[in-house]
Ligand binder design. Sequence first.
Ligand code: MG
Length: 160
Amino acid sequence: MRIGIGYDSHRLAKGRKLILGGVEIPFEKGLLGHSDGDVLCHAMTDSIIGALGIGDIGRHFPDTDKKWKDVSSIRMLSRIVKIAKAQGFKILWIDAVVIIEKPRLMPHIEKMKECIAKAGIPRNLINIKAKTNEGMGFIGKGQGTAAQAVCLLIKIKDKK
Ligand code: MG
């Protein structure tokens, strides 16, 4: 079995869509990034990359690569899930927390799971939590958002 940890943060800015877990959430600001800035997908992606021991998200999706410009981060997650499967691993569980002051994410969480399931992780193996930062720091001031994820993988067959 392998475990992996992932972390990501992005700035919140006007004129951008707020996309978390592949879901567009109505809000006055969105996340700045080379891709759609989806911190939840990026943290999950990095946790799987960590469990596989294949570096980090920047190595797989460099922000100098035009191919990943403004792309849905669900596609990035999907690509790493495929690599995990190709290496003989099965995802047993993925747990994540998004830390954002506003808006409330609770009403969107089931839809996020549905979207992430499209990347190849069954929704009954995903847990997503939302927290505020109690008004403290860059998250509390609404300047940005962060996410953390951990995943557990099990090797079910040898690499082809
Ligand atoms: Mg990121």
